[in-house]
Design a binder for this molecule. Structure first.
Ligand SMILES: Nc1ncnc2c1ncn2[C@@H]1O[C@H](COP(=O)(O)OP(=O)(O)OP(=O)(O)O)[C@@H](O)[C@H]1O
Ligand SMILES: [Mg+2]
Length: 327
């Protein structure tokens, strides 16, 4: 059994003994000189032969996935549209991740959906993934069949909550999963060692807005635009060399982090309304909990989950391995 969290920025996939992290970027394959392929050791060449009824056998497609696709430039990411699972990249990432995890044919798969779309789209996503059937090869390895015997769709933040330990007894808690594009929040009641969901939702705000602010600061300092991937690197370092000149954007990056964290916390607290006042503890997950450390100060009592970027995928896996207190 495996669990896959297909995010707007990264696909996180886990089995009981392996983890795979792939930037959620897909580009058409083109022949590259061997030297170029081996020089850039990361990223994957993925070959997919769909075995669905309406596709003829032998209809094989090849892609660059992850870092390799990133280097191919623009146009290969998820557009920031809402129904990510309807984007062709979605199934390619799922098949690549499952193959990299060496999932056996007919494996059980757990995936997530943003809380806001969960009710409306979970059946559609489950059917889509149960119908997926392909032969897949990664990095010129052998073609192997990938299909899923059972697909479980779980609300995104609720997965992460299953990795929290020491939940305060008889209390209301709130999990906030801060992603690249979306922030999901899930309210839950803890009673008698059980966790019962009490509602939740999504706000369309995330780490992306921090990168945008960094790109804008870079733009006003240089007059040049900044690609989002480079903005992420600048946000991490605070400094960048541009046309031979060292540019110190530390203050702008800090401001971008504080403003974005503030905007995310405000939106989540506003959405929670009065219920938010009764939350005993906020648990932070998602890469945003690392990229925006200021978030912990902006919720009344907050704790970052261990390994926050992986919390959803790890939690999804617990849904089917039974090591959980409640579903
Ligand atoms: N250790 C880290 N340091 C800095 N930034 C990080 C770290 N880990 C993750 N991030 C960044 O946090 C952001 C959110 O990552 P995450 O994987 O949670 O997003 P996602 O699940 O792809 O997005 P969404 O939930 O919106 O679909 C990304 O921009 C990622 O690069
Ligand atoms: Mg996410």
């Amino acid at each position: 059994m495996i669990a896959i969290d297909v995010g707007y920025s990264h696909t996180k996939a886990v089995s009981l003994d392996q983890r795979v992290l792939i930037p959620s970027v897909v580009a058409p394959h083109r022949e590259l000189p061997l030297s170029e392929l081996s020089r850039n050791g990361s990223g994957h060449v993925v070959e997919i032969r769909k075995l669905n009824g309406d596709t003829k056998n032998g209809d094989t497609k090849k892609y660059f996935v992850g870092e390799l696709a990133l280097r191919e430039g623009q146009g290969a990411t998820f557009t920031l549209d809402r129904e990510k699972h309807r984007h062709p990249n979605h199934d390619i990432l799922v098949l690549a991740a499952a193959r990299l995890l060496e999932a056996r044919e007919g494996a059980t798969l757990v995936v997530g959906l943003p809380v806001a779309y969960y009710r409306l789209q979970k059946e559609e996503l489950r059917k889509q993934l149960e119908a997926l059937h392909a032969k897949v090869s990664v990095d010129d390895g052998p073609l192997a069949r990938v299909s899923f015997g059972k697909v479980v769709v779980y609300p995104q933040g609720a997965g992460a909550l299953l990795t929290a330990s020491d939940l305060p007894e008889n209390s209301l808690i709130c999990l906030v999963d801060v992603g690249y594009k979306t922030t999901d929040y899930v309210l839950a009641k803890v009673a008698g060692g059980m966790v019962g969901p009490e509602g939740g939702g999504s706000v369309e705000y995330g780490v992306f807005q921090m990168y945008e602010a960094v790109a804008a600061a870079f733009g006003s300092a240089t007059g040049a635009p900044l690609d989002m991937n480079v903005a992420a690197a600048v946000a991490a370092k605070g400094r960048v060399t541009f046309r031979g000149r060292e540019l110190d954007l530390t203050a702008a990056v800090k401001a971008a982090r504080v403003n974005t964290a503030r905007a995310i916390a405000d939106r989540v607290l506003a959405a929670l309304g009065q219920k938010g006042d009764f939350v005993e503890k906020f648990y932070l997950a998602g890469g945003g909990a690392v990229a925006l450390p200021e978030l912990t100060e902006m919720f009344p009592v907050a704790e970052v989950l261990p390994d926050p970027q992986w919390a959803n995928a790890e939690g999804f896996l617990r849904v089917v391995t039974g090591t959980l207190k409640s579903a």
